[in-house]
Design a protein around this ligand. Sequence first.
Ligand code: HEC
Ligand code: HEC
Ligand code: HEC
Ligand code: HEC
Length: 478
Amino acid sequence: LGGLSKKAYELQELRGTIAEPQLTLDAGGLLFDGPEIAAGNAEQKKITAEGIVAAYNLMGYEAVGVAPNDLAAGPDYLLDLQKKSRFHWLSANIVDADDTPLFTPYLIFKLPGTTCAVIGITGNEMAEKLEGNSEFKLASWQRMLPPLVATLSKRSDFIILLSSLGSQENIKVAEGMPAIRLIVEANGGPGNKPPAQVNQTLITNTFRQGKFLGALKIDWQPTGRWRMQDLGPMLQDERAALDRIDWQIRRMKAGGDAEKRFRDEPKMLAAYRRLQEERTKQQQKVSALEQQQLAEKENKSASTFKASFYPMEKSLPDQPEILALVAGIKDKIAAAGKSKAAAKATDGVALPGGDPGDKGYVGWQRCAGCHAAITEAWRKTRHAGAYDSLADKGQQFDQHCLACHVTGVIRGDEPYILTLPEDLMQVGCEACHGPGRAHAENSATPMPQRPEQAVCSRCHTAEQDDNFVYQAKIKLVH
Ligand code: HEC
Ligand code: HEC
Ligand code: HEC
Ligand code: HEC
């Protein structure tokens, strides 16, 4: 949620600078952070999802692909959300028993000078989840896409695919269907992916989790093909391969005429001849590339593009409307958490360390009795006030936030997360050293002395803390 008001601001700025017709698209994977949501915090997650849709409405998105994560609360839920979305959720391969798509499969945009078709395709992770569901299923792209692309290539000049397939599969799609000019991938990695050309298709995506806004400016020519990208690096590789072969040949020739020298060594002779053949082939490859490079330089009629990626930095201004919207969502989440906490408190839910499913947490005050100096040092660290930081922001009822700001909780859907006892409401000793009941009752029971880096990285993830250096930071824990 955090970045939405920045994204809206950046989008507004960007649109202001562009005179050409524009489409605002997202390949999907917006609503949930995994393909499943646990019942324990479904309510809060759905409030968040609805908030994201409201923000996308305001930002004026035209279409969003349906990615597996968007279906985490089930297809019915997303179909219901479609009614609240002013943009279309696109998927050509989530279909009912008669192969009729459940969502809009594609849209056609008549832009001045170009007709552009946008198709959505949903990644395979969903197939299993929908298995056994008699009302709808995930059809393979191999079956659904080719006929659709064939039809749409007659009705449009430019086809865009919003895809949550894996990268390898997207390459196959591009190889098989050159009429798709652009594939935008939903599964962003730990970096932006500038458009890579596969035959006549560009494949691109942005950094995961909406950390960047990607803009692609396209100058589409009637020739209907992209200018080949810089062949320089490829040419360099092929030339290097040629050099390696030459070097091997020179070595074999070093002792004089190889044909004569190896007359009585058939294996060597065969190897030598094979090298000569390889050299001829490699030389041809290099020449062909050189010619192609020359031709591309002179080709003025090919289509071109320019990609830019804008980081959603904290220093960007907030778009006020979205900022207000997000504040409203946070309040709703807090209210939902609060009422749940109140209900749970009287339900007598088992706390960690309570009897049922005893995980054996005792809280930092028990440790203090025997480790006074360490406890004093820890109390001065930010871990000791981690829950208070949430409370300061009014987000102490948000289960997603709580998971990393308290002790004895791993995922955020534990039933007791909203009703922890006071001395687990911070990142306490046991968040790092593990549950301490056995050790506190008998100090001969060992505790891990130095928690490994993996313990820290559960909370100090790349998203939350991108400059976490374990060796340096363990000196600061107490
Ligand atoms: C009853 C007293 C007592 C309590 C309560 C207690 N400890 Fe200890 N702890 C000890 C003693 C004594 C040792 C040293 C054991 C040894 O060296 O054999 C120890 C050792 C440790 C060690 C390992 C230190 C090392 O050098 O190997 C850690 C870590 C630790 N305690 C953490 C905790 C935590 C966390 C808690 C609270 C959950 C806790 N202790 C509660 C008495 C206690
Ligand atoms: C349960 C989640 C959790 C675990 C596990 C955890 N941290 Fe933290 N850490 C936090 C939170 C949350 C904050 C920020 C607290 C605040 O300011 O409200 C924080 C802050 C810090 C800070 C102060 C800010 C900074 O970056 O300098 C240090 C240092 C730190 N952690 C080190 C560690 C180390 C080292 C480990 C592992 C041995 C670790 N943490 C394990 C959640 C965790
Ligand atoms: C995956 C674990 C994780 C989650 C989830 C998480 N935090 Fe944190 N939070 C951290 C860590 C680690 C730090 C310390 C990193 C640092 O200081 O750079 C931190 C620091 C903070 C701080 C103090 C530093 C600052 O930036 O002002 C606040 C406030 C905070 N988090 C609020 C929240 C809120 C609100 C949420 C939910 C929307 C949340 N956190 C969700 C791990 C998490
Ligand atoms: C953020 C994670 C974290 C928290 C919270 C934490 N520890 Fe530790 N603890 C560590 C790490 C890491 C080491 C090893 C430090 C080193 O090797 O430099 C350690 C070492 C220890 C040791 C053995 C070494 C020593 O310094 O004597 C004891 C005992 C201990 N901790 C007790 C506690 C107690 C008690 C608390 C709560 C008051 C606590 N720890 C809270 C991470 C943590």
